[in-house]
Ligand binder design. Sequence first.
Ligand SMILES: Cc1ncc(COP(=O)(O)O)c(C=O)c1O
Length: 383
Amino acid sequence: MEKNIYLDNAATTPMDPQVLEAMLPYMREHFGNPSSSHAFGRKTKTAIENARRTIAKELNCLPSEIYFTSGGTEADNLAMYSAINDLGCKHIITSLIEHSAVIKTAQMWADKGLVKLSIVNLLPNGHIDLSHLEELLSSNEKSFVTLMHGNNEIANLLPLTKVGDICKKYDAIFHSDTVQTMGHYRFDLKNTHIHFINAAAHKFHGPKGVGFIYINRGVKVNPTITGGGQERGLRGGTENLYGIVGLGKAIELAYAHLEEHQQHVSGLKQYMKNELIKNISGIEFNGDSANPDSLYTVLNTTFPATANFDMMLFLLDLEGIACSGGSACSSGASKGSHVLDAIDALKSGRASLRFSFSRNTTKEEIDFTVSKIKDLCAVEVPA
Ligand SMILES: Cc1ncc(COP(=O)(O)O)c(C=O)c1O
């Protein structure tokens, strides 16, 4: 029987059928414009505000601190735009392992000459060097610090509270891209010193093209999309109603069963790691991904130099196994990743593959995948 094994959940996750069920009435019957004052509009406005309330409750923040966006990239852009244009930041601190939505945007602002850009040092395992962060903060004017919570490629986790406290000490604005951790970890925003975090629903079994940004009520930002007064004036345009309803449902489901999902998924990741070590001599793991305390959805491997090593992604695809050779958003392309490059993991010239798991992943799928990898790695390099 042809296999259909999906191990690329850091790129996107399948939508939960319950999420689709929640969305369907807003595609069929409840179509009113949420800005309309009649009953049709009031119905859909209520659905949007309910989704906002659900998110705020899970993150321990106020509903008025949640703004819906088209996803993670828009929210990353918005945080940086606001820090520079509205919050007086003249200096950006970020790292080379950030998502392109952050690192390329920071580079763009620096190229325009509007901010100074500093890249914080990484420790050998890819973790942020926090003493260098302090050095950068103490020797520069008002800074915007943007460091991701869970790395989509190498699974490193940032200690949010610790970094928030450092930023507080230096009066810096702090944003963390939480796209990979939202719906997978609990947040307590009232008790964390952070100004912006963000999410994309499709990373936790919600629909694509919708997400949100949390903006701490202590910071006042101006609209980036002007026109209509939607999203309390911050982002004009008729809302993505059924997307937002789906996002609300996806958050509700993720947090209702969080500990169960965490246990299941992290168990599978450790199982796959152990099976790979047992079966593939010379296999290596990149960044912090083999550590039990890393982002539990991601395992990043480098294979030994066997005859097939540079074709692994393609050959696994032929076996019906989907994983990723690059970053989340360039899945399928095995061209060098800027994240692996930043931690020197590309220097061996060997293939790296990222396996990423979800609550739908099964042990049988891991067993089948490891057995195929074993077969592919058994082909010796011709003398
Ligand atoms: C860490 C991180 N940030 C941002 C994004 C972009 O999210 P979206 O595709 O929803 O714009 C992604 C997507 O892969 C991501 O993994």
